[in-house]
Design a protein around this ligand. Structure first.
Ligand SMILES: Cc1ncc(COP(=O)(O)O)c(C=O)c1O
Length: 380
């Protein structure tokens, strides 16, 4: 076994939290010391994991269909709720085929393996999620990376490999999980069309919030996108994920993808919860816009402190601290003040870019922002 030596200051500890009383609160489960925290770190952006309709839908389906699906989709694990969710997601996103997966990590591996192989070149944004990198490596393709959101560098890399006679797959996220930046998707899709490259877009953090009525940034894109990957564990407040594509690609995935075939199907209760979340998102069309408006207010107020650069176009904001130890100090200080905001350090992000990443949620009101600002002001 290869032993990886982890520097002492990079050893991460798991933390156990319970839900607090307020919609945006956690509480520590330590019996000697109870503290409430304001959740500035989870991806439950719309608060749907605690939505009573969503919980009831999951509960009712669990009573009817059991807790787990008991086997893979091909054996006996496909329930009516899987088909209902796939069909409603397909109509919402205007996609011919939706395939559910137990997690976004798995869905991304499946997508990469379907679109690329040893005879392909995968060109990805430098900041794509780890699951896409694992997928790229497992596909056997050559992996090339372009500078974050840099269209010129993307085109340069495509041109470099376009004479190699290999298929090219471009992979991006629509809203980047660490930077909180939005990708210029329409332009990327246009470049892909120009050079006949395939395009995979991970909408994990955009779905439910960005794009027309929360359908993500791929929705309505003029140029083709081969596969969209979406997780149900973030704004949807449930768990599991899906790939959205055309029928031909979907049928190919069903027949060939090990990540789809050889895994226990997403639990009926999570599928039912996700379906109810979809219905909540459909009937509350302004949720995404409200969240973005709220996030802009947070961003402006933190920026006006003039203490650290703030990155992020949407509900994911990063206070760039730079130094790892100082980032940890700030994280602990904020915890003492009752805010759960996580320090992100290398190797998750490049050296010298350590940051406090905060996520804004729909249920946070502005008096919390005032408390947060005054805590930041007093940090020395
Ligand atoms: C951009 C991105 N893609 C995929 C995933 C994986 O999704 P899941 O949590 O459903 O496995 C994540 C979650 O961490 C993510 O941030």
């Amino acid at each position: 076994m290869k032993i990886i030596k982890i520097p002492k200051n990079r050893i991460r500890k798991l933390r156990t939290l319970s839900l607090g009383e307020k919609a945006y609160e956690f509480k520590s489960s330590n019996s000697q010391f109870q503290q409430n925290y304001i959740d500035l770190c989870s991806n439950d952006y719309l608060g749907l994991s605690r939505n009573i309709e969503v919980i009831n839908a999951a509960y009712k389906t669990t009573l009817k269909e059991g807790l787990g699906s008991g086997s893979s989709r091909f054996i006996s694990g496909t329930r009516p709720i899987h088909q209902s969710l796939e069909s409603e997601l397909g109509k919402w996103l205007n996609k011919e085929k939706i395939l559910l997966f137990p997690s976004g990590f798995q869905a991304n591996i499946a997508a990469m393996q379907a679109l690329a192989n040893r005879d392909s070149i995968i060109i990805t944004d430098k900041l794509i999620h780890h699951s896409l990198l694992v997928g790229a490596k497992s596909s056997g393709a050559k992996l090339v990376r372009f500078f974050h959101n840099d269209l010129i560098d993307l085109e340069k890399k495509i041109l470099k490999y376009s004479l190699s006679n290999k298929n090219i797959l471009v992979t991006v996220e629509s809203l980047y999980s660490m930077e909180g930046t939005i990708s210029p998707l329409e332009e990327i899709a246009e470049i892909c069309k120009k050079y006949n490259c395939r395009l995979l877009v991970d909408e994990a953090h955009a779905l439910g919030i960005l794009g027309s009525e929360g359908r993500g940034l791929s929705y309505g894109c003029k140029n083709p996108i081969d596969i969209i990957s979406g997780t149900l564990g973030k704004a949807f407040g449930s768990g599991g994920a899906f790939l959205a594509c055309n029928s031909k690609m979907g049928d190919y995935l069903i027949q060939t993808s090990g990540a789809f075939r050889y895994t226990t199907a997403i639990s009926p209760s999570l599928a039912a919860g996700a379906l109810q979340s979809l219905r909540e998102i459909k009937s509350n069309k302004n949720w995404g816009l409200d969240l973005l408006k709220n996030s802009r207010i947070w961003r402006n107020k933190i920026t006006n402190l003039d203490k650290w650069p703030v990155k992020g176009d949407c509900q994911i904001l990063s206070l760039i601290i730079g130094d790892e130890d100082k980032t940890l100090l700030l994280q602990r200080y904020l915890e003492d003040k009752g805010f759960l905001a996580v320090g992100i350090r290398p190797p998750t992000i490049p050296r010298g870019q350590s940051r406090i990443r905060i996520t804004i949620r729909r249920t946070l009101d502005l008096c919390i922002l005032d408390k947060f600002i005054s805590a930041l002001k007093n940090f020395k």
